[in-house]
Write a protein that binds this ligand. Structure first.
Ligand code: ZN
Length: 344
């Protein structure tokens, strides 16, 4: 009797996907492939209406010692408003470089600015997000940390009514958006592009020196934003860089990681490589169970090759630290500060 072997079937599909990969790395093909992928990306992630409401509401201002923390509310799309923390160093040369800091799965932007879910100061040792927006602002970088849709106070009311402790609304949002030909990450990128507009318009910000740093699901949003918008001049991806075969296709991930058909066109390092030749730093914990270290090695060798093809080897850097699925930042924070400082 034949046995149902669903696991084997899935493995076979993944193998076929890899064998379809073109190995033509000629200059002509590479340029064509990059242009093609960049043009395809907005179609794959879905398109979204832009709001006419460009108002920015100031919700609070708090003196945090070495920096001022503001909370603002803005909008990128009709019917949807979101808040963001803006951390402004007290000591800076204006206009100053700025970084968009994007959190991963968790309770939202408060998790990276040193606050508890209720907005009270988090006096505990920082968790996997390492309060990293504070690390950035303390290096003289204006840091904006938006609340990503689906987390914290941006979970759906229907999910909270079912379970007040529900971790996020990724399933509810993603499943219905996929039916409409849209993706949750596409909408998240749409909102980050609005954040980029806001940041560029701030008088304190040097619009020529804007970077982005994302952790895990936040790194997914960060790389797509950087791939699509040249205004992002330096990018840090932490807890994310890998190959599809080693991670997203192999290990259970939240549905918000999946963009229909994306793996048919290129592997994840090629998509991330759309950032080249602009500066890119990737880091990974040696013991990350969901983005395994072997996949990180495979991805960085592909990214090194892409940066070499652009004659920009010095613009790509990486770090492996002794940790799991978490941020280290031991080199990344100083790297992004330096890269944004030396732009002509
Ligand atoms: Zn998710």
């Amino acid at each position: 009797m034949n046995q149902w072997q669903g696991d084997r079937l899935l493995q076979q599909w993944s193998t076929e996907l890899l064998s379809n990969d073109t190995k033509d790395s000629s200059e002509h093909n590479r340029i064509n492939q990059q242009a093609g992928l960049r043009a395809l990306l907005p179609q794959l992630i879905g398109t979204f209406a832009t709001t006419d409401d460009h108002s920015i509401k100031l919700l609070e201002t708090v003196d945090c010692g070495s920096y001022i923390r503001k909370r603002i509310e803005c909008s990128a799309s009709p019917y949807s408003y979101f808040a963001a923390y803006v951390l402004i160093p007290k000591q800076m040369t204006t206009p100053a470089p700025a970084v968009i800091a994007i959190h991963g799965h968790g309770y939202g932007s408060r998790e990276i600015v040193g606050l508890l879910p209720n907005g009270e100061p988090d006096l505990n040792a920082p968790g996997i997000h390492q309060h990293y927006a504070i690390q950035l602002v303390n290096r003289g970088l204006i840091t904006i940390a938006p609340d990503v849709i689906g987390f914290g106070e941006r979970r759906l009311s229907e999910d909270i009514a079912r379970n007040a402790d529900i971790a996020n609304s990724c399933d509810s949002l993603s499943s219905r958006m996929l039916l409409m030909g849209k993706t949750l990450v596409g909408f998240r990128v749409h909102e980050i592009l609005r954040v980029l507009d806001i940041l560029s318009d701030m008088p304190e910000v040097d619009a020529e020196r804007i970077g982005i740093m994302g952790f895990s699901g936040g790194a997914l949003i960060a790389y797509i934003t950087a791939a699509l918008d040249q205004r992002i001049r330096a990018t840090v991806l932490t807890g994310f860089t890998n190959t599809y075969q080693d991670s997203i296709l192999q290990i259970h991930h939240c549905i918000c990681n999946y963009i229909p058909g994306q793996a048919l066109h290129a592997d994840l390092p090629q998509w991330i490589g759309l950032i080249a030749p602009r500066p890119l730093f990737v880091e990974a914990g040696r013991h990350d169970p969901i983005f395994p270290i072997q996949g990180f090695h495979n991805a960085i060798s592909q990214l090194q090759q892409i940066y070499q093809q652009h004659n920009a080897e010095q613009q790509f850097a990486s770090d492996i630290f002794e940790g799991a699925h978490e941020i280290s930042g031991r080199y990344a924070y100083d790297w992004i500060q330096k890269k944004l400082a030396i732009i002509d």
